[in-house]
Write a protein that binds this ligand. Sequence first.
Ligand code: PXP
Length: 244
Amino acid sequence: MAKLGVNIDHVATLRQARGTVEPEPVLAASMAELAGADGITMHLREDRRHMQDRDLALLRDTVRTRLNLEMAPTQEMVKIALGVKPDMVTFVPEKRAELTTEGGLEVKLAKDELNKYIRLLQDGEIAVSLFIDPNIDQVKSAHKVGADYIEIHTGRYAEARNRKEEEREFNDIVNAVKIGSKLKLGINAGHGLDYWNIKRLLQITEIEEYNIGHSIISRAVMVGMERAVQDMVEIIKTGSTKNF
Ligand code: PXP
């Protein structure tokens, strides 16, 4: 059965909006774990717009499941990761002006740097995932640079405006997953997933873990963190969205 990684960045977004000490991302992470999350994901952005270095250190001390650190492939971030030792680093492209991560990595364009950073992290016993679009060339390049995992960007699938677009995006994801699986890459998926659009993806049994943030935190605002996580866990377990 697939796993759920809960991305708690938006808890920090709310805290930073007022520059106060609440809501506390560490508490959100613990509650997500108690409600059945298999892992906690956070993105330490270069501009520190939501998560802070202090959050990363505290989460490393308190997360009892697995901590996945999303970050840009830069020397500064690799140094931070090697100091903190999350269970996994997911490299994502980062642009200062974007609201959220917009696209996957262009792996080939940065292959030498990626290869170097991946080795450094693996030597520090940190697994490395690359966030890529569902594109066969990107999957092959991720394998070539030595990644352990890929995280397939599901944003275009999530934003499909009609059945035809959804079909095309779904098929792209299936094809990318098949190739990744053949190449023995671990496969995660995420971005834009919610309590409805995840259902179809659950047919793709090679996907090991879903990283979901916005929809869970949005629901948590209304019904509480525990219930929001439990609802998503139930969908992933049963493959059914009928109660949601
Ligand atoms: N995976 C990656 C690599 C991301 O950058 C994000 C957004 O921070 C997510 C998953 C979660 O996306 P969403 O918040 O849309 O669920």
